[in-house]
Design a protein around this ligand. Sequence first.
Ligand code: SF4
Ligand code: SF4
Length: 194
Amino acid sequence: MLKFLKQVGDYAKETVQAARYIGQGLSVTFDHMRRRPITVQYPYEKLIPGERFRGRIHFEFDKCIACEVCVRVCPINLPVVDWEYDKASKKKKLNHYSIDFGVCIFCGNCVEFCPTNCLSMTEEYELATYDRHELNYDNVALGRLPYKVTDDPMVTPLRELVYLPKGVLEPHGLPADAPRAGARPEDLVEQAEK
Ligand code: SF4
Ligand code: SF4
């Protein structure tokens, strides 16, 4: 009988202990519910891509000298440079240029090595289409001005973590002129020159 009562007592004690742990866990859960969610409500809110973000490539037809360096440095020899030799001017004449973004890995090698800087990476990353052939951008599509998160009146742009002021971890409700943490490259140059 005594043994049975002891067992009941132990069981009750363990039940109370378990209930206390559950209570502690729930209090932490409820405490999290009092905080503001840090979710970015895409597509109404979008993060501003970083300065070196590698989005869709932009191409300037008039600057290209058809040297094909971009093709040679591309891991998959992707850019299509269609040129012909112009006997009159004794120069290469560019006819068409295209990059298929369904195949591109956005490594930025072509941009890095282009001798005339006619290629650049934009901050545009919303390229989805229903047809993969529409991802093959010709020189007209590549020359289009990129979409900018900060220029879209329907979108609230939010800063990424590294562009927030020192000690701030939340981009919501931040004034547009709040200084970012750390120095910009031009600030570092200025400091070094002093
Ligand atoms: S970003 Fe990279 S993969 Fe895409 S075209 Fe340029 S070099 Fe090729
Ligand atoms: S590297 Fe630049 S200049 Fe040369 S073909 Fe490619 S885009 Fe044109």
